[in-house]
Write a protein that binds this ligand. Sequence first.
Ligand SMILES: NC(=O)c1ccc[n+]([C@@H]2O[C@H](COP(=O)([O-])OP(=O)(O)OC[C@H]3O[C@@H](n4cnc5c(N)ncnc54)[C@H](OP(=O)(O)O)[C@@H]3O)[C@@H](O)[C@H]2O)c1
Length: 291
Amino acid sequence: MNEIVITGSTGVIGRRAVRELVAAGHRVTGVTRSARGRERLEDLGAGAVEADVFDEASLRRAFDGADAVVNLLTHIPRADRMADPSAWAENDRVRTEASAAIARAAQAAGVRRLVQESIAFVYADGGDAWLDEDAPVAGGGVTTTALTAERNARELFDGDTVVLRFGLFMGPDSGSTQGALEAARGGASIAIGPPGAYRPTLWLDDAATAIAAALAVPAGTYNVTDADPPTNAEIDAALAAAVGVDALRLRTPVEGPLARSQRVSSRRLREASGWAPRLRAGTETWERIAA
Ligand SMILES: NC(=O)c1ccc[n+]([C@@H]2O[C@H](COP(=O)([O-])OP(=O)(O)OC[C@H]3O[C@@H](n4cnc5c(N)ncnc54)[C@H](OP(=O)(O)O)[C@@H]3O)[C@@H](O)[C@H]2O)c1
């Protein structure tokens, strides 16, 4: 059993991680800033501690006695605001400033392991080639600060850092999943890249089991995605079938990290830990979520 403190513990991935780690027998404490967050954590069998995620001293107290800190803080805007760059300011702040405060506080508290959330969209376009963790990253757009958070976790913390580059979260409470379903019911695709581009996707429950696995793997960077990432065309075909339309209308192509083809391999994590996704999120989950 380990003492684990989680920042971002009340979000879509945080709640699942808490449940998974409690079930695995760890003592889990979630950092929260609200009474509602405290209630949610206690309902999941975890403890709660109030702290300011931008304040190192406050975090240092919250991390006291922890073996591992898991940072799952993000602040992603709703789908209807994503095109507005100013809507990403809080997310950028969380990824740049809070990740630095967390790494420094974990270091000062003598924590042995820091697990930092990142995103698989950081890679340069790889076409049909598989992309492992050593493939070139390009960042750009909203992914740039994910690379900053990775760097903070590696450079400001001397213990074992594990960076998890998650695919696009899919699940009933994922905003992008619900946005895609809504668009598909109106006959439209939300795929940003071309139909043949690969998209790293991930079932949210499988993200939680990967976090549990991250507590025992060698320090390093790991992709956490479907074992066989689908193309946009495959995703759209499964989505169309789930909502009962023949085919989805493609959108006008746009530039940016989400338009790149990223056939991201999660083999390193699977081999290091035995973790494996239970579903191919990009194609096997639409029907059950739509229902
Ligand atoms: N890989 C991916 O595809 C990916 C990754 C992340 C998010 N998303 C998507 O983005 C949408 C929103 O997710 P989200 O993770 O941003 O929100 P969320 O699910 O509400 O969780 C964010 C977590 O970070 C905390 N937090 C955020 N800003 C904070 C701040 N300034 N100070 C302290 N705590 C803060 C929240 O605490 P409070 O409860 O106190 O607000 C919460 O615990 C979801 O649809 C999710 O699927 C996707």
